[in-house]
Design a protein around this ligand. Structure first.
Ligand SMILES: NC(=O)c1ccc[n+]([C@@H]2O[C@H](COP(=O)([O-])OP(=O)(O)OC[C@H]3O[C@@H](n4cnc5c(N)ncnc54)[C@H](OP(=O)(O)O)[C@@H]3O)[C@@H](O)[C@H]2O)c1
Length: 268
């Protein structure tokens, strides 16, 4: 066993968590499943699991996705909640139990991105970003990880970003939140290395989603604002980056990788 790793249950002993869950079924929980990357991750995950819990605020979008997944054989349930609320973790865990599930894989995808100087953006909105990108992600991971370790199986997939690896003026809180996600995930991955549980941080570059559309990057890049000056990518090239992200390798690569991720979490 590597240094710092978590002790597995002794052979032949049935952990308390496993006994209390004997009648529950494993489920994949995807946060931020109502749009963008989370929507796609849920579709990919559905091909490898029979039970899913889809979490976000937009009930209509969740319901539409749940209908699609259910029609292809997955039991998909929706939970329209605000992850910025401090009781979100309790709500998710209770909803799983009520439906006869436990969390086998948590996909912490929900995220907020804000662009602009920190001194000019609203403090409340920036703290909401911290609540969703850091607090909720940590809370859900810490809530479900002990059960996974006790079972000797499970997975945590956290959404970082290319921004995890650099600080960026005019996206100070967002990039800092993603640096946290990367650091947190890497440390946990080492801790659980020998337990049968995986902790993974997926760090995409720019992907065309509603999150990116809301930033109006093209306008910022062409303006004389400080945000515009920060962006070295001129409007034409921003478009090209989006086009590549849509068309190319990132999606294909990530799809193959994610299929392996979900399959390995649910195998056996
Ligand atoms: N797009 C990119 O270029 C890019 C690059 C790197 C990393 N990422 C990361 O990828 C993840 C997904 O982003 P995306 O691009 O797919 O953006 P998106 O389409 O805006 O999706 C964000 C998701 O998070 C949910 N969400 C936001 N605030 C929430 C809250 N308070 N409570 C519950 N759910 C909330 C949204 O659902 P509701 O609005 O319905 O609540 C939505 O389903 C994020 O963590 C983001 O940082 C994105």
């Amino acid at each position: 066993m590597s240094a710092g790793s978590i002790q597995q249950p002794a052979p032949g002993t049935l952990p308390l968590v496993a006994r209390s869950e004997a009648k529950l079924k494993p489920a994949i929980v995807v946060t931020g499943a109502s749009s963008g990357i989370g929507h796609e991750l849920a579709r990919i995950a559905a091909s490898d699991c029979s039970c899913m819990m889809l979490v976000a605020r937009s009930q209509d979008a969740l319901a539409k996705l749940a209908e699609e997944l259910t029609s292809s054989g997955t039991s998909a349930h929706t939970l329209p909640i605000d992850l910025a609320n401090s009781d979100a973790g309790d709500t998710i865990e209770n909803a799983l139990k009520e439906r006869g599930f436990y969390c086998d894989v948590i996909v912490n995808n929900a995220g907020i991105c804000l662009a602009g100087p920190a001194a000019e953006l609203g403090r409340f909105e920036q703290m909401q970003l911290v609540d969703v990108n850091i607090r909720a992600l940590s809370e859900l991971t810490l809530r479900f990880l002990p059960g996974m370790v006790a079972r000797g199986r499970g997975g945590v997939l956290n959404l970082g970003s290319i921004g995890s690896y650099m600080s960026a003026p005019n996206m100070a809180v967002y990039h800092a939140s993603k640096a946290y996600v990367q650091s947190f995930s890497a440390a946990l991955a080492a801790e659980v290395a020998d337990t049968g549980v995986t902790v993974t941080c997926l760090s995409p570059g720019v992907v065309r989603t509603p999150l990116v559309d809301r930033l109006h990057l093209r306008e910022h890049a062409s303006s004389n604002s400080r945000l515009g000056q920060m962006r070295v990518t001129p409007p034409g090239r921003v478009g090209a980056v989006f086009a590549r992200a849509r068309a190319s390798s990132f999606h294909e690569w990530s799809t193959a990788f994610l299929r392996r991720f979900f399959f390995s979490c649910h195998a056996g």
